[in-house]
Design a protein around this ligand. Sequence first.
Ligand code: HDE
Length: 677
Amino acid sequence: MTNDADDKQRQLEQYRVDMEGSRLTTDQGVRVDDTDNSLSVGERGPTLLEDFHLREKITRFDHERIPERVVHARGSGAYGFFQVYESLAEYTCADFLCDPSLRTPTFVRFSTVAGSRGSADTVRDVRGFATKFYTRQGNYDLVGNNMPVFPIQDGIKFLDFVHAVKPEPHNEIPQAQSAHDTLYDFVQMQPETMHFLMWLNSDRAIPRSFRMMQGFGVHTFRFVNAEGRGTFVKFHWKPTLGTHSLVWDEVLRIQGNDPDFNRRDLWEAIERGAYPEWELGVQLVPESDEHNFDFDLLDATKIIPEEVVPVRPIGKMTLNRNPENFFAETEQVAFCTANVVPGIDFTNDPLLQARNFSYLDTQLIRLGGPNFPQIPINRPVAPVHNDQRDGYHQHMIHQSRTSYTKNSISGGCPMSGIVSGDMSGVFKHYTERVDGNKIRKRSPSFEDHYGQATLFWNSLADWEKEHLVAALKFELGHVERRYIKEKVVEHLVHVDHGLASQVAEGLGLTAPPTGTPNHGRSSPALSQANAPRDSIATRKIAFLIDDGSDAGEVGSVRDALQSRGAICELVAPHEGTAGSLTVDRQLSASSSVLYDAVLLAAGEGLTGDGYALTFVREAFKHGKAIAVLENGRPLLDAAGLPGRQGVVEPGDGFVDRFTAAVAAHRHYDRDVAGFPA
Ligand code: HDE
């Protein structure tokens, strides 16, 4: 084992099957001459039971599906590596966090939570962000989300929450949607959901790309150093491309245009060599400060504001390889919060404790038995030796004559992990002292359900607040029972009265006159308005062209934008060529919602084309940068846009101005409320 980013790929190499030049066989390796006709008595006679090839094919087909994940069923994965910037030995003895020369292989799976495997990517939902680090001390799984808080505080409520958000039990409607009665009934009965509800209805729930979203470990975990000293730690992934979202109206249209929008985006970026990157950051809290916050560190419905405890960047992950087989790798990958390595330990967060049970349990049913850690994607690169054997699908042929520890017959092997008294590399549970009576009772320190929901609301830019109010109106607008809407509004009053009033107005309700006064505190780091906006790398720009386009000008603008990392596609009314330009996409088979920005370079021809007009209007409605070349002006005028914010006119510094407009991500200063794109 060389302990570099390729360790995992080298291991996987022995399992890859190349079909090139191969001959068709049965599962037993017997060559087959005909796989199109069953074995029958005569050409029109009955099929014979002895046709093992037919039976094998049918049987394998019947058993192709495994249970989808009960949550996070829809996901996409990629391989990469992680490298720490400098040693964190002061806090943790985790080897991969102490040696900056190590490149630890990783596999990440991004997911939505509520929908089935075949549901659309761009639904309003939390995104999973699960990372498996194949460290040389064993596998470490950081199974996080793109939101730092969870709807519930105690794992015993997980089944209830998931049942509430999933399709309703009587008719299995709606698919992958939170906008329905049972979720909001749960919310109004369980106000600990309020902080999470704010995130769920914010733009965080509709990320532009997996590559442009943050990840959070959510719980407070514990680092433990070689001396056994513990430090509380919260994990943060920050994308180098910044944190950006779609807009709701766009989301609805993407679902029809490209249900695989986020999956395709990740796949294509990696295929192109535009490898997504995240910086891993930690918030470190000395154990002596455990009780110095106005919330409980063990409460997963709370964040530690970055302004209170800064996020220290500790390393970077790069995703640089797509899986080769979706089922073998992305579907069979099995994460578990209990997969920890020396130097990383748990806290008593009651949600985390329940998770530590759930993940192993769920893999047993999903992957059919206890040997799933041997599936190639799940295998550690660290050697595995123990007496836990047998069970379905054991792949190893253990040679020792004993299967128990301690033994004297097999030289005592496998022996204790401690070599000559040296504890390094051995997992040692943190020796936390715990005292108490057995009780079913939530700690009073978990009681404030509104304070951080208010903090989140106060931290948002005006446009983010508008989106959040619109989202709540949409969601509650799909709730049938009026009393549920009323109850939710009653809770919102304790978050912020202005917020509650705006939502209530949309629902034809009146918010109660008094609630908890807004404490006025904010955490600017929570606003996406403060995300980096300095690059157009990997942004997709549609060039609307036709036979009248100026090929020279289009080519030079395209070259300039591509040299800055953008992806430009030429969209025209027909495939083939437009003048001397090669068309990438036909207009009627495309849509502006699949792009970040539009450049109008078509001649007069498109001013009467409904697809082109919709393209431009939707791009404007969705806040996207629009640039216009001289001969594109007629189309811009024909579109009848209600403003010119973020519209780049021809002239000096055209490419620079367009670059800045695209890098800004969206132009939310447009007044598009009355514009019916
Ligand atoms: Fe999960 N969760 N979870 N969860 N979770 C699963 O494990 C569970 C929670 C998260 O890409 C399941 O293999 C319980 C928090 C992600 O394969 C299951 C509780 C966070 C993924 C499960 C939680 C997560 C899962 C379903 C409360 C963010 C996808 C299939 C006690 C920090 C992993 C599976 C992947 C998946 C249980 C709460 C994130 C059933 C019981 C909090 C990203 O084991």
